[in-house]
Ligand binder design. Sequence first.
Ligand code: SAM
Length: 334
Amino acid sequence: MQSKPKHFVTPEKTRHHAEILANRVRNRFRHLSRRFKREGIECFRLYDRDIPEVRAVVDWYAGHVVVAEYERLQTGPDWLPHMARAVAQALGVPPEKTHTRRRRTNTKEGPRYGKIDFKKERFKVRERDLQFWVNLDDYLDTGLFSDHRDTRVIVRKLAAGKDFLNLYAYTGAFTCAAAAGGARTTVSVDRSLNYINWIKDNLELNGLWSPQHTLVQSDVAKFLAQARRERRSFTLAFVDPPSFFSARGGPASGGKDPGMGTTFDINRDHPELLRNVLKVMAPGSTVLFSTNHQRFEPRLEGLPVKNLIELTPKTIPEDYRNRRVHRCWQMESL
Ligand SMILES: C[S@@+](CC[C@H](N)C(=O)[O-])C[C@H]1O[C@@H](n2cnc3c(N)ncnc32)[C@H](O)[C@@H]1O
C-alpha cells in the first residue's frame, strides 16, 4: 500500500505567512534599530513567534539575519527558505548575509553545541562597548546569547575587585563583561576546547586578555570537586547550564544515573549543582543562576543562601517577546 503524501503548508498559506513575517520584521526593525544603534547594540531579535501560526524567530546580527524555524513536520522543506527570502527582501539583506536554522523543540539531547557546518566564517559584533565573535553558519547557536545582554550589565556592575567564576562559559561573553567591570580574576569553565579558544579570542578582541584570566577545559562537576579539594573560593559566579547533557563517551541518558556525574537534567539536578557551586564561594558572595529550559521547575528554597531573588523581569530585553526566554536568579552565599 502506498503511504499518504505528507500534508505540508499550502503554497498560498506559505505566501501569506511570508507576507505577515516581512511586515512584522520591517516594522520591528524601524522601531528598534535606531535606539539600539545609539546604545551600540548590533544584535537583537526582530520576530519572536509573535504570531503562533508563523513559528519562526528572526535575529539581526550587524547587517546579517538569522531566520530560524521551530520545526513542525507540516511546514515542509520549502517553508523556511521562503520565510528567509521574505525577511531578507523586507530588510534589504543580500542572500550571503541571510542564514537559516531549523530548531527542534522537546529535544532532550542533540548536537546543540556541536558543529552543523564547516564554513568557519566569523565576524565581530558589538554589544555596547564590548565586541564578540559570532559564527552564523557552523553551529546551531551563534556564539552570543543576546537575550542575556542586560544580565551582562548586571554582572559587570557587580564585578569590580571580584574573583569571578563563569560555569558553562560557552564563548565567554560573561567573562568579558566581568573583566571589563574590573574583576580581580576570572575563571571560565567549559568542556569544549573549541569554546575555550573562542573565550580567549573574545577576551583578546576586547583588549582584556591577561594572566588574571584562566580558561579551564573541564566538566563542571569535576572542576567543582577539584576546586573544593583545593579550597578555592570565588566571590562572584555566573552559572548557566544547558538543560540536559550526558558525559562524553558515557551512557546515554535514560534517567538511570542518580546525579550530575554521568547525565544532567536541569530540573532534577540544579539544587545539587548549586550546592556544589556554593561550596566554592566565599561567605556573602553573589551567585547568578540562569536557565533557558522552557519548563523549568525551580527548587531553590532549601539552598544555604540569603537574599534569593528572581531577576527575570529585569534581565529579559524588550525585543524578546518570550518573557521566559531564560529565567535568572540572584542569591548570596551564607
Ligand atoms: C547554555 S551554554 C552557556 C551559555 C553562556 N553562559 C553564555 O551566556 O554565553 C552551555 C555551555 O555549556 C557547555 N557544557 C555542556 N556540558 C558541560 C559540562 N558538563 N561541563 C562543562 N561545560 C559544559 C557547552 O560546551 C556550552 O558551551
